[in-house]
Design a protein around this ligand. Structure first.
Ligand code: HSE
Length: 442
């Protein structure tokens, strides 16, 4: 029995998916049972890196999601609309869906998975997080025995490339970004990448799988890398760190049965000083990695290409094969019904997780001050920090720049809210010119 696939989108990822369908030898034999039946695209005149027979191509995307012959709809168009509406329409027509669209899933996962469960179909999302790295299926299936405590990753290749180049060349963020844009490594509008929004979408999805509740994207604290300067990278290096854009989801404390205080998650994205010996510190250039921690497994790290035609298509086609396997084995009826849904592949979330505000975070900080070069300035800084219970781990003053002293402080772990109160007081000191940068330390 053959299964028919409808592809929405023939950009980089769509062309990568079609290329796998056109070259099946040596891959999983189930691919032979799949037919790339129709391809929907919006700009037929645009040059494509792959040839698709003209009779398979349509610009009428709705005709794909409503086609009674198609079993699986693959959405690789990106963007919110019309992708969201087409996914919902495909589900309403009893199609299984495979998507690489982290923006739609992180914002509209609730309505999409609720509709899929009601229709008895699957929405598969391996390609939505970290491109070719298998992390969704491990979280859904292979790690099921574990109580997961932490998910921490480098989930954005563009920012990892920029930070790696800054580290290796000593050049500024603006210079490296401009070069990356010219080389096509960064988008003309780099906002989603450099402001931490893309990584925020991805960690929201991983957190919901790891901790068993949906995540409201607005609850995810997102900061990017625009404020990271060449000086910060140089100071971090001297102090034994590299700077990475980390996406972190943690369950810091289990719910207390005595107090009834609810279990709250941390879900955040920010530039972070990472000790050089940490496994994520050596993940460079456009590569992604995810470090999962669970009990009893301990730590496991996934590393690889987080974007690109081939890697993302690898994840998309593996999801298609998973659906084909279910259809072939009869575990899912060709005409879906809600009774036959596979419990490890369907979404089982019924509620939203509580996410702790960033002011409650307990973390170490790195802060770089520019001050007047007066006697007693370091003492005053120490007193303000002490007044708010902030204990200092190290303090470096290397010299004078433009008549101002540069003082770099790393604190011991402190509640973020208390740290900011100390900084507000420090800001009022006559000797302090500015707080040039503020970063968290792992
Ligand atoms: N823009 C992303 C990145 C790839 O730079 O990693 C797609 O998610």
């Amino acid at each position: 029995m053959g299964f028919k696939v409808g592809l929405l989108g023939l950009g980089t990822v769509g062309a990568g998916v079609a290329a796998i369908f056109q070259d099946r030898d040596g891959r999983h034999p189930l691919l032979q049972a799949l037919e790339l039946h129709r391809v929907g695209l919006r700009s037929p005149a645009k040059p494509r890196p792959i040839h698709i027979p003209a009779e398979c191509i349509t610009t009428d995307l709705e005709s794909i999601v409503t086609d009674p012959d198609i079993n699986v709809v693959v959405e690789v168009m990106g963007g919110i609309e019309p992708a969201r509406s087409l996914i919902l329409q495909a589900i309403a027509h009893g199609k299984h869906v495979v998507t690489a669209n982290k923006a739609v899933i992180s914002r509209h996962g609730d309505e999409i998975f609720t509709a899929a469960n009601q229709a008895g179909v699957y929405v598969m999302i391996e390609a939505a997080v970290a491109g070719g790295i298998p992390v969704i299926q491990p979280l859904k299936q292979s790690m099921g025995a574990n109580r997961i405590t932490s998910v921490m990753g480098i989930l954005n290749g563009t920012t990892n490339y920029i930070l790696t180049q800054m580290q290796q060349s000593g050049r500024s963020f603006d210079d490296i970004l401009a070069d990356a844009q010219q080389l096509g490594y960064a988008e003309a509008d780099p906002t989603a990448d450099v402001d931490g929004l893309d990584a925020g979408d991805k960690i929201a999805i991983l957190a919901s799988l790891a901790f068993g509740g949906r995540i409201k994207l607005d609850d995810v604290h997102r900061e990017g890398i625009r404020a990271v300067s060449a000086s910060d990278i140089a100071y971090a290096d001297k102090l034994g760190f590299v700077i990475k854009l980390l996406a972190i989801a943690k369950r810091p404390n289990a719910a207390s049965p005595d107090t009834g205080i609810p279990d709250r998650l941390q879900v955040r994205v920010h530039a972070t000083l990472v000790p050089k010996a940490h496994p994520l510190a050596s993940v460079n250039d456009v590569y992604n990695a995810i470090l999962l921690e669970g009990e009893p497994l301990g730590q496991v790290m996934f590393f690889g290409p987080g974007a690109g035609a081939g890697p993302t298509a690898s994840a998309v086609v593996s999801d298609i094969i998973n659906v084909a396997a279910l259809l072939k084995s009869g575990l899912v009826a060709a005409k879906p019904d809600t009774q036959s849904i596979h419990p490890l592949l369907a979404c089982s979330h019924h509620s939203y997780s509580q996410v702790e505000p960033i002011s409650e975070l307990i973390t170490r900080f790195y802060v770089r001050f520019l001050t007047k070069d007066h006697p007693g300035v370091i003492g005053k800084l120490g007193t303000c920090f002490g007044n708010h219970g902030v204990s200092l781990e190290s303090l470096v003053q290397t010299g004078i720049q433009d008549g101002l002293a540069e003082i770099v402080v790393v604190t011991h772990a402190v509640r973020e809210g208390a740290f900011h109160t100390a900084l507000e007081e420090i800001h009022t000191l006559e000797a302090v010119d500015s707080i040039a940068s503020l970063l968290r330390v792992l």
